[in-house]
Design a protein around this ligand. Structure first.
Ligand SMILES: Cc1cc2nc3c(=O)[nH]c(=O)nc-3n(C[C@H](O)[C@H](O)[C@H](O)COP(=O)(O)OP(=O)(O)OC[C@H]3O[C@@H](n4cnc5c(N)ncnc54)[C@H](O)[C@@H]3O)c2cc1C
Length: 393
């Protein structure tokens, strides 16, 4: 069969690999002239890396990644450790796939390397999607009609396809934004930072981990704000803005923010859950379907799981069976992805509790959980093999 995938972000690339693996011919259409993921780091939990292995890309991705040993949750003001969870060898043994941290550009390159150049249409904006009983198509800005058996819209949080399919809901500003920066890991070697750190404070949290084989430190400093900011990887913060926002935080946090060089400001948005992602021969995938706040580091992972299930649902399907196969795909994915949207939002509320009894109770809960579990609560989702649910089909 032939498929058109709109958008060459992590979701669209993963969908392309998964559909090709299922034996289908794919045209991947991307509006930007080059495949260059902007943005900084991304954490790939074992539920995502398990699928990257199935796509035949795990070794390439792992070769560019950092492999953290653990994650330390700390208090904002004095850096006291609340709890620590394993992410390294123990996690790989338990979940059968590694926890990796990678620069987005490195991930995109590793995925794109497995897509034949002839299957990619760059610099091509899709301006409409249509279908009839026998086929589906994407119309490009140049007026060309690309026809196939199905269209997968992996066109991100500002998805136009979502509007064409389901009407005019907009991306929702989460009232959080993030300062983000990348700096050479050597520049913070004296700070004795934990391998991966999540520092929790009132209305804010600060995350750091290494990417690019450990050479760079990726920093994400999240704060609540009523000032709606763009979701942009390239919008620059004012010099020193991040230091004012995190005034009073523990010395290592402030040292990282001081040394950060160019800092970017990213307004975090979400999409409301949908009751369905598909109409006939067309479906959404990734952020277009279920953009979430990134506080469980699962947005891209869920897009990768969508891709895996999409390919699996369409294996051995003939063109007549596409609408039904897309129903199966959505049935297998929608509940989990929607649950992860809600779980990520709840994590933000927990992380940002004001100082006082509520934060103390949260810290006590986290410490008690860590005393009994080697892996953090979201790891229950890492354990699920998304292709093990065929009985639901
Ligand atoms: C600060 C932050 C940190 C995050 N950290 C993590 C993390 O650690 N782990 C994790 O799993 N997730 C994380 N996420 C979430 C993750 O980044 C997203 O879920 C993921 O990138 C979504 O991928 P996508 O392919 O669905 O969309 P996108 O990456 O947005 O890709 C959409 C693509 O479609 C193209 N496009 C759009 N419209 C058209 C059109 N009309 N025609 C042609 N092409 C089009 C765009 O140019 C783009 O290339 C984080 C998000 C943020 C904001």
């Amino acid at each position: 069969m032939r498929a058109i995938v709109v958008g060459a972000g992590i979701g669209g690339l993963a969908a392309t690999l998964s559909l090709r693996r299922a034996g289908h011919e794919v045209t991947l259409v991307e509006q930007t002239p080059r495949l260059t993921e902007t943005g900084a780091g991304i954490q790939l939990a074992p539920n995502a890396t398990r699928e990257l292995r199935r796509f035949g890309r795990l070794d390439e991705v792992a070769a560019q990644s950092a492999r953290p040993a653990d994650v330390s949750f700390r208090t904002w003001s004095d850096g006291t450790e609340i709890c620590r969870y394993a992410l390294g060898r123990e996690a790989e043994d338990a979940f059968g796939a590694p926890y990796l941290q990678i620069h987005r550009a490195d991930l995109q390159r590793a995925l794109a390397a497995a897509v034949p150049p002839g299957a990619v249409r760059l610099d091509t904006q899709v301006v409409g999607i249509g279908q009839d009983d026998a086929s589906a198509w994407a119309t490009t800005a140049d007026g060309e009609r690309l026809v196939a058996d199905l269209v997968v819209a992996a066109d991100g949080i500002r998805s136009a396809a979502r509007q064409w399919l389901f009407g005019t809901d907009e991306a929702i500003f989460s009232r959080t934004a993030a300062y983000r920066a990348l700096l050479p890991a050597a520049e913070v070697a004296d700070l004795d930072l934990p391998d991966t750190g999540v520092w929790l404070g009132p209305g804010r949290h600060f995350v750091h981990y290494r990417v690019r084989r450990g050479e760079l430190l990726n920093v994400v400093a999240v704060f609540t704000t009523e000032v709606a900011a763009q979701e942009s990887w390239t919008a620059r913060a004012e010099p020193g803005e991040q230091l004012r926002e995190f005034e009073g935080w523990a010395a290592p946090v402030l040292s990282v923010l001081e040394r950060a060089g160019q800092v970017f400001r990213y307004g975090i948005h979400t999409r409301a859950p949908l009751a369905r992602w598909n109409v006939g021969r067309v479906t959404l995938l990734g952020d277009s379907a279920h953009a979430m706040v990134p506080f469980q580091a699962q947005g891209a992972a869920q897009a990768i799981l969508d891709a895996a299930v999409l390919g699996d649902s369409l294996a051995d399907v003939t063109p007549d069976g596409v609408p039904e196969a897309l129903e199966r795909y959505v049935r297998r994915r929608l509940g989990t992805a929607t649950g992860m949207q809600a779980r990520s939002a709840r994590a933000g509320e927990e992380f940002h509790l004001p100082d006082g009894p509520e934060a103390q109770a949260r810290n006590a809960r986290m410490a008690a959980y860590a005393a009994e579990h080697r892996f953090m609560p979201v790891a229950t989702a890492w354990a699920v093999d998304v292709l093990d649910d065929k009985e639901q089909t």
